[in-house]
Design a protein around this ligand. Structure first.
Ligand code: PLP
Length: 409
């Protein structure tokens, strides 16, 4: 039987493939998955248990529980100074994943183009295609830490461009967007009358400075579809709960699709999310502190090994360059997994410009990160075939490898 040509044309996720291999192997340190290693804080789990005990087992409003939407509106106002009406400008979704799909389907007509800075989260291009749109990658420059640049976006605008799809802090680079650059990007959207889909799921995981919400840039709220959720900040990936905020007209259109396809987000997850917003700050702050310490450890480790790595300012990913090994990112990831049982994701899974890099999540314990660094160093040294043929030894490489040889071999 025939299947949809669009669906058939999209390859399965590169991340999932590694996931499947990893699940068959023992003693693997996985830096592959973009998932907190923490369990959802107890008070949030307890709120869900209480909700079930009390018989909260029904559908909710299509928009989501009003009390949750009110809490979301208060949080957005308090954190970023942006005001949304809980009545018709906020929609509770099944993950940012659903919010992204709804946003694209609500605004695109067949053939409309969406500008997507790369490297980017693996869902952006497939979801654009599934919504009938045309993804237009705007590659970042590795020398520039893959920063999102307004001029590059502007150069990619055509009469068919309908939206810019941004994500910051970014998966996979960990880069954030400074207010000045954000204003320049916003000006491109203004000039060409584009929607701005702003995936800010990692906003709370910002380590340097304050996260600036795209909707807080003057003039942007009326063209921004803001996506955020609970998966990363509150370690709630399995609950599948998030929200979209935007002008009533687009939230209304998204709700129409959601109404017929999803009805509503699960009520237990909505009750848990409400507790997260009301009382989860301390737990979230504690996790952020731990990610921050791990971030420094991992990035220092990569630079010591000689795999140059920008310091990510948010999210929980590092994207070291593997150029000195001479391997492409898929070969690096496959051989590292086979030989040293460390799982990382090839950079090309996030767009062609991610080649020459691998994405490593630091949502893993300090002990796991330290052991992973030892294994990666051993792997890199072997690939260099003895430091002599690799030219200049990496900064700090000798002391680090001496320590590794002492302890591991
Ligand atoms: N957006 C980005 C940038 C992500 O990295 C992820 C998950 O890794 C998602 C969205 C999906 O989030 P959710 O669990 O809310 O569907």
């Amino acid at each position: 039987m025939n299947l949809s040509r669009v669906v058939e044309s999209v390859p399965p996720s590169g991340i999932r493939r590694f996931f499947d291999i990893v699940s068959q192997m023992e003693d693997v340190i996985s830096l592959g998955v973009g998932e907190p290693d923490f369990v959802t804080p107890w008070r949030i789990r307890e709120a869900a248990i209480w909700a079930i005990e009390q018989g909260y087992t029904t559908y909710t409003s299509n928009y989501g529980l009003l009390e949750l939407r009110q809490a979301i509106a208060r949080t957005l106002d308090a954190q970023y100074g942006v005001e949304y009406s809980p009545t018709n400008e906020i929609l509770v979704t099944v993950g940012v994943s659903e919010g992204l799909d709804l946003a694209l389907r609500a605004i695109l007509n067949p053939g409309d183009e969406v500008l997507i800075p790369e490297p980017c989260y693996v869902s952006y291009k497939p979801c654009t295609l599934f919504a009938g749109g045309v993804p237009v990658p705007v590659p970042g420059d590795p020398a520039d830490g893959f920063a999102i640049r307004a001029a590059a976006l502007e150069a990619a605008v055509t009469p068919r461009t309908r939206a810019i799809l941004l994500n910051f802090p970014n998966n996979p680079t960990g880069a954030t967007l400074r207010r000045e650059e954000m204003a320049r990007v916003a000006a491109v959207a203004e000039r060409h009358d584009l929607w701005m889909i702003s995936d800010e799921i990692y906003a709370r995981l910002t380590y340097e400075g304050q996260h600036v919400c795209m909707a807080a840039i003057p003039g942007m709220q009326r063209r921004t579809i803001l996506l955020n959720g609970f998966s990363k900040a509150y370690a709630m990936t399995g609950w599948r709960i998030a929200y979209a905020a935007g002008p009533a007209e687009v939230i209304g259109a998204m709700t129409k699709i959601h109404q017929y396809t999803m009805l509503c987000a699960p009520i237990t997850a909505q009750m848990a999310a409400l507790e997260a917003l009301k009382n989860g700050d301390r737990d979230a702050d504690e996790m952020v502190m731990q990610y921050d310490a791990r971030r420094r450890l991992l990035v220092r480790g990569f630079n010591d090994i000689g795999l140059p790595c920008h310091m990510p300012e948010g999210a929980f990913y590092a994207l070291p360059s593997i150029a000195r090994t001479g391997l492409d990112s898929e070969t690096f990831a496959e051989e590292l997994l086979r030989e040293e049982r460390v799982a990382v994701v090839p950079g090309n899974a996030f767009g062609a410009c991610g080649e020459g890099h691998v994405r490593c999540s630091y949502a893993a314990s300090t002990a796991a990160l330290e052991e992973a660094l030892r294994r990666i160093e051993r792997f890199v040294r072997r690939r260099e075939g003895g430091a002599a043929c690799a030219g200049t030894p990496a900064r700090g490489a000798r002391t680090h490898s001496a320590a590794v040889e002492g302890s591991m071999q």
